[in-house]
Design a protein around this ligand. Structure first.
Ligand SMILES: Cc1ncc(COP(=O)(O)O)c(C=O)c1O
Length: 638
C-alpha cells in the first residue's frame, strides 16, 4: 500500500519564491483563489468520481441561518488574530506563509488523513516520509540512512531527540541483563577502542559506551538471542519497563547531564522534567560575545562531569536561538564530542535548529550539493558569516536535528520535524500497537512504512505533510529557493538594525529640555533576530533601565497595537544572569549601566524583533520603524 519514501533532489524552480506569498494586502489573490478552487473542486470530484463511495440522494442544501450567523461570529472573532502576514509584524517567528503551504494544507485537510498510521493515511504518510527525506538532505544527512518525521513543532521534535538520547544511554543495561540471563558473551567496543564482554562492564562503563556502538546493539542482540527475547528484556529493563529507577539496582543515580547554552529554548526545561531526568540535570554552558556557546566551556563542563563521576547524556547545540538568533559553533561542538568520547565520556549531540535549519539552504546549489558560500545580494556585510556557514555545514555531524517548517519554512502550523542521522535509532523507540494491522512495526525497515510506533505523538495531521510537500516542491531547498527567502529576511534585519543604531546618541525632548539616549543592539545578529535596549545617558541603574524599556515596549506590544495594520509589533526578551551567566553581550554595560548592577539585579529586559517577512526589505519599513521608535522613546521619557 505505502511504498518507501521517494527522495528526489529539489525540482527545477519556475516561479520566484517572492511571488508565492499571498502578499500583505492579498495582492496575489487571483493565484490563491484559483488554486483553492481547484483543490476544493478536485476533492469533490474524488468524492463523486468513478470510484466514488455510495452516498445519499443529492440535495441543494443552503447554509441555515444559524450556520451563517455562527460563521459570521467566527469570522469576526478571527479578525482579532495576530497579523502575521504583515511586514509590520516583527514580534515572533511567524510571517506570511507561502501560498503552496496554505493550499497544500487545505488540500490535505479536505481528506483529513491521520498520519499516526499508514492505514489511516495511505496518501499522506508517504508525503510525510518524502518531506522528512528532503529535510534530512537539507541538514546534510544521508536520506537513505537517516529517518525523520514531522511533529507538532520544535518542542516535540526536541523532546524526541532527547528521548532517543536517554533510551540509548539506558539500552546497554538491558543488553547486559539479556546476555547475563541467557549466558552468552556479548562483546562491545569501549571509547578507547578496546572490546569487552558487556557482562563485565561496570555501570559507569555501561553509561559511557559510544553512541554508534549502542545504535548497532539491538540488531546484534537480535541476531544472537532472537527478536522476542530482546523485546521482552526491553519491556522489563530501563525506561520502557520499570523505568529509570530500575537502573538504580546497578548503583546508577544519574543517567547523565544535559549540557546546553543559556540561550536554549524553554522547551528544554519541560523536556528534562518529562523525561524524568529533572531540570537539575541541565548544565548551562558559557556564551561568547555573540551569544554562541563557547566550545572551551563545553569541554570544561564535560570534564566537570567526568571528574565528578557523572556521564553526559547529551549536548544540545542551538542553531538560531529563540531570543537572539545566535548560531552555536556546531563544528566545534562535534570536535569536542569526538575528543571527549576518546577520553571516555561519549555523548549524544542534538542540534536545535528549529529556527535556523532552513538557512542551510544558503549553502546548497541547484542540485542540493554543498557549495562555497556566495554572499546573497542585498545583505550587509558578510552573510552568512564564515562561522555561521561552518556551523550550518557541520549539522550532519549531529546525532539528531530539529528543523521547523512552520518557522523559516513559511508553511502553516503545525509543522516541526525531527531528523535522526541513523534510522536504526527506531530500535530504542519502538512501541507495539495492537489495534493496527501492523501490530509491531519492524524497526529495521527504513524508511518505515508507518510512523506511529516510533514517535511520541498520536494523531497527527496528514495536512501538515501535504503543506510541506507542496511548499518544498515549489520552493527548492537550495540557495535560489529557501536560501533566497532567508537572505531576504536577513536583508530586512540589516535595515532594521541600521534604523535602531541610527537612534543611538539622539537627544529627545523631555519636559523643557532634551535627554540624550543610548540605544544599543545586544550583538551583531547571526541570522535575522535583533534584541535591543535604550537607556537615558545619565542612568546607571539597571532596574531603571528595565522600567524604561518596558515603557517603550508597551507601545509595540500586541495587546496595545491590536490586529489592525499600520503599527509595528515587537516582542521582548528577559535575560537572566542565572541562564546567561556573565556573557559579555548580556551585561548591559554598553548602555551606561554600572558594572555591579548585572550581578545585583540579575536580569535585563530587551526589545526583540524577528524580521521573518521577505516583504520587509527594500520597502522603507525600517525608516518608518525608526520614526515609531523615536516616538515611543520620547513618550517613555519622564
Ligand atoms: C530554537 C527553538 N527551539 C524550539 C522551539 C519550540 O518550537 P515550537 O514552538 O514549534 O514547539 C522554538 C520556538 O520558538 C525555538 O526557537
Amino acid at each position: 500500500m505505502v511504498g518507501p519514501a521517494k527522495f528526489s533532489p529539489s525540482p527545477p524552480q519556475t516561479t520566484s519564491p517572492d511571488a508565492l506569498f499571498l502578499g500583505t494586502d492579498g495582492a496575489r489573490d487571483d493565484l490563491f483563489h484559483a488554486l483553492l478552487a481547484d483543490v476544493v473542486e478536485d476533492h469533490l470530484r474524488w468524492r463523486r468520481g468513478p470510484q466514488g463511495h455510495p452516498g445519499g440522494p443529492r440535495s441543494r442544501a443552503r447554509p441555515s441561518a444559524q450556520v451563517r450567523a455562527s460563521l459570521a461570529e467566527l469570522k469576526g472573532r478571527l479578525r482579532a488574530s495576530a497579523p502575521f502576514h504583515s511586514p509590520y509584524y516583527i514580534a515572533h517567528m511567524a510571517s506570511d506563509v507561502l501560498v503552496p503551504g496554505l493550499v497544500g494544507y487545505v488540500a490535505g485537510l479536505l481528506y483529513n488523513q491521520n498520519n499516526i498510521a499508514a492505514e489511516k493515511s495511505p496518501s499522506t504518510t508517504p508525503l510525510e516520509l518524502e518531506v522528512a527525506a528532503e529535510l534530512a538532505s537539507l541538514v546534510g544527512f544521508d536520506p537513505k540512512r537517516a529517518w525523520g518525521h514531522l511533529t507538532s513543532g520544535g518542542t516535540v521534535a526536541n523532546f524526541e531527540g532527547l528521548w532517543a538520547a536517554r533510551n540509548l544511554k539506558a539500552f546497554p543495561f538491558a543488553a547486559r541483563e539479556l546476555a547475563t540471563r541467557k549466558g552468552f558473551a556479548f562483546r562491545v567496543r569501549l571509547p578507547d577502542g578496546s572490546a569487552e564482554d558487556i557482562r563485565r562492564l561496570s555501570p559507569v562503563e555501561l553509561l559511557n559506551l559510544p553512541v554508534p556502538e549502542v545504535l548497532r546493539m539491538r540488531g546484534r542482540l537480535e541476531e544472537r538471542a532472537g527478536r522476542r527475547a530482546v523485546s521482552e528484556t526491553l519491556a522489563a529493563i530501563g525506561p520502557a519497563g520499570e523505568g529509570l529507577a530500575s537502573l538504580g539496582d546497578s548503583g546508577v543515580t544519574s543517567i547523565g547531564r544535559i549540557l546546553l547554552p543559556g540561550t536554549k529554548h524553554y522547551s528544554w526545561l519541560k523536556i528534562a522534567e518529562a523525561l524524568g531526568v529533572g531540570r537539575a540535570s541541565l548544565r548551562f554552558v558559557f556564551l561568547d560575545e555573540k551569544m554562541r556557546m563557547k566550545p572551551r566551556a563545553l569541554e570544561a563542563r564535560v570534564r566537570e562531569c567526568r571528574d565528578g563521576g557523572e556521564a553526559v547524556l547529551a549536548a544540545v547545540t542551538v542553531v538560531g536561538s529563540t531570543a537572539e538568533g545566535a548560531v552555536d559553533p556546531v563544528d566545534e561542538v562535534i570536535r569536542v564530542q569526538a575528543r571527549e568520547s576518546r577520553k571516555g565520556t561519549p555523548f549524544y549531540v542534538h542540534a536545535d535548529a528549529a529556527y535556523g535549519g532552513y538557512a542551510r539552504a544558503l549553502l546548497r546549489d541547484d542540485r542540493g550539493r554543498l557549495t562555497k558560500v556566495q554572499r546573497p545580494a542585498g545583505t550587509a556585510g558578510a552573510f552568512p558569516s564564515t562561522e555561521v556557514a561552518r556551523a550550518l555545514a557541520a549539522l550532519p555531524g549531529c546525532n539528531s536535528v530539529t528543523v521547523d517548517p512552520h518557522k523559516f519554512g513559511y508553511v502553516p502550523v503545525p509543522a516541526g520535524a525531527i531528523l535522526f542521522r541513523d534510522g536504526v535509532v527506531r530500535g530504542v523507540l519502538a512501541t507495539p500497537r495492537p489495534y493496527f494491522s501492523r501490530g509491531v512495526e519492524d524497526w529495521r525497515e527504513n524508511p518505515p512504512s508507518s510512523i506511529g510506533g516510533f514517535i511520541l505523538e498520536g494523531t497527527k495531521p496528514g495536512a501538515a505533510a501535504a503543506a510541506c510537500w507542496l511548499a518544498h516542491a515549489c520552493v527548492p531547498l537550495n540557495r535560489t529557493g529557501y536560501g533566497h527567502l532567508v537572505a531576504r529576511a536577513r536583508a530586512g534585519a540589516d535595515e532594521l538594525a541600521a534604523a535602531v543604531r541610527s537612534t543611538d546618541g539622539r537627544a529627545l525632548p523631555s519636559g523643557r529640555g532634551r535627554v540624550k539616549l543610548r540605544v544599543k543592539i545586544l550583538c551583531e545578529p547571526d541570522l535575522n533576530i535583533l534584541c535591543f535596549a535604550a537607556n537615558p545617558a545619565s542612568n546607571r541603574r539597571l532596574a531603571r533601565m528595565n522600567a524604561f524599556n518596558r515603557a517603550v515596549f508597551r507601545h509595540f506590544a500586541i495587546e496595545e497595537v491590536g490586529s489592525e495594520g499600520g503599527r509595528f509589533i515587537l516582542s521582548s526578551a528577559t535575560f537572566t544572569r542565572e541562564e546567561y551567566g556573565d556573557a559579555p553581550a548580556a551585561r548591559p554595560g554598553r548602555l551606561g549601566i554600572a558594572r555591579e548592577e548585572w550581578a545585583r539585579v540579575g536580569q535585563a529586559f530587551l526589545m526583540r524583533a524577528v524580521v521573518l517577512s521577505p516583504a520587509f526589505a527594500g520597502e522603507g519599513h525600517a525608516a518608518r520603524f525608526q520614526g515609531e521608535l523615536v516616538g515611543a522613546l520620547t513618550d517613555a521619557l519622564p
